[in-house]
Design a protein around this ligand. Structure first.
Ligand code: EPU
Length: 417
């Protein structure tokens, strides 16, 4: 078992290049199922979730080969249509094969992922939308069993701009008969990325990046070579790290508009931010001011940066209120932050954080990817030594996490215990 050992107190300085987004690449890998033949994805991050998704695609009959940051996926004429529980339980994003499998095979048996450490994660919008498109879906023995005679386009008004449901509908609709309209669609950069890839494969999609997406079904799609959009959450994590530890950082590869609100919040903490093109420069010379944050779907503040901002507020001047609107259990990690001396009280969707001048190092346990990132950032500024357990969560979503921080001057080691 690996742990991260951190000696707090170093400032951070240097440059980072941000890899492709976890929350895009997994769906793009699933989308390759829509066209038999060889598809190629570039800018693929070296993370555990990509390994799990590759294994899932292999079980569906694909040949998958990784060469550095490129992944080659050879999709068979007749893929298998079963996603087993042993893989789905490792990575709930496996559910993203549901849409392409029903489109390609007319059937999909996908294990129900269940909840995880950030809360119960519903699938009702995915299922309801597929039913509207003519799919029979039953939940039996822990599997969603979906089948249809032929998908037909439908008008779908989502209760909430769900990222996953928008992706399932997109992948089902691109080859459905007739027109589908998704209203209240998600608008995340990762949604724009998958739409652009599908269009490159021959799909007819209008309204990309807006909350009304119109898809006119085409008879078939062709394989593609596509570059994965860079990971705005990784970029935001490094920016917060510098705002906490102080120093100077240039982040390459991510347009500032993908994290406009987090960057505005960092400016409010006292950080100097300059951006242009695909480069963001962050400089911090003082202890941060606390900032309030409310998580919402894009372009609102991303829930995936909420734990990192709680960590920042924990050492900030003043007090702040953080409101979590997406995942009800995402505050669980504050009990671990409290082990470092943070003063955080939670009540339902709200966390009240009173900034402390100093945190003190201690052993802590990461319970999910972003909680893990938040705890590491806190460890970087805590006095003395912090050991972070549960780092497999961090490895699922951050490529070369320790090496990147070491390159910026942090005193952090991966140790096998
Ligand atoms: N929801 C339902 N029913 C549904 C679909 C969603 O109730 O049918 C609820 C969820 O339970 C949740 C909320 O709607 O409370 C948002 O869910 P959404 O579908 O938007 O999220 P997701 O697709 O499950 C993706 C990312 C998350 C990220 C969210 C929001 C991937 C693999 N995961 O999840 O990433 O937080 O969008 O941006 O793309 C992470 O990277 O740490 C992570 C959790």
């Amino acid at each position: 078992m690996s742990v991260f050992r951190i000696q707090g107190g170093e400032t951070l300085r240097g440059e980072v290049v941000v890899p492709g987004a976890k929350n895009s690449v997994l769906k793009l890998m699933a989308a390759t199922l829509l066209a038999p033949g060889l598809s190629t994805l570039t800018n693929v991050p070296d993370i555990e979730d990509v390994t799990i998704m590759s294994e899932l695609l292999r079980r569906l009959g694909c040949e998958v080969k990784h060469v550095d940051e490129t992944i080659f996926i050879q999709v068979p004429l007749r893929p298998d249509h079963r996603a087993d529980y042993d893989l789905v339980r490792k990575m709930r994003a496996s559910i993203c094969v549901l849409g392409p499998l029903i489109a390609r095979c007319g059937a999909a048996d996908v294990a129900v992922p269940g909840g995880d450490n950030i809360g119960s994660r519903g699938l009702d919008m995915h299922v309801e939308a597929l039913r509207k498109m003519g799919v029979h879906v039953n939940n039996e023995h822990g599997y969603l069993l979906a089948e249809c005679e032929g998908l037909t386009g439908a008008n779908i008004l989502l209760d909430f701009p769900s990222v996953g449901a928008t992706e399932t509908i997109l992948m089902a609709a691109v080859t459905a008969r007739g027109e589908s309209v998704i209203e209240n669609a998600a608008r995340e950069p990762e949604i724009v990325d998958i739409c652009e890839m599908l269009v490159g494969m021959g799909a007819d999609i209008a309204g990309i990046g807006t909350s009304t997406i119109t898809i006119t079904g085409v008879s078939d799609l062709t394989p593609i070579t596509h570059r994965v959009v860079s990971d705005r959450i990784v970029a935001g994590t490094w920016a917060v790290a510098v705002a906490m530890a102080q120093g100077e950082l240039t982040i390459h590869g991510v347009p500032a508009e993908h994290i406009a609100l987090p960057l505005e919040k960092l400016q409010a903490t006292g950080a100097q931010i300059d951006s242009g093109g695909q480069t963001i420069h962050v400089r911090m010379d003082t202890r941060p001011q606390c900032v309030d944050v409310v998580t919402l779907p894009f372009p609102g503040f991303p829930t995936d940066l909420q734990p990192q901002f709680i960590a920042l507020n924990a050492i900030g001047q003043g007090a702040s209120l953080v409101t979590e609107n997406l995942f009800e259990a995402r505050f669980r990690f504050v009990q671990e932050l409290a082990r470092l001396g943070a003063d955080v009280r939670t009540d339902g969707h709200h966390a009240l954080i009173r900034g402390k001048e100093k945190l003190s190092g201690a052993p802590v346990e990461a319970t999910d990817i972003r909680a893990g990132a938040g705890l590491v950032l806190a460890g970087l500024v805590a006095q003395g030594s912090t050991t972070v357990y549960g780092v497999s969560h961090i490895d699922r979503g951050y490529a070369h996490f320790v090496e990147t921080l070491q390159g910026l001057g942090a005193n952090i080691l991966r140790v096998d215990e």
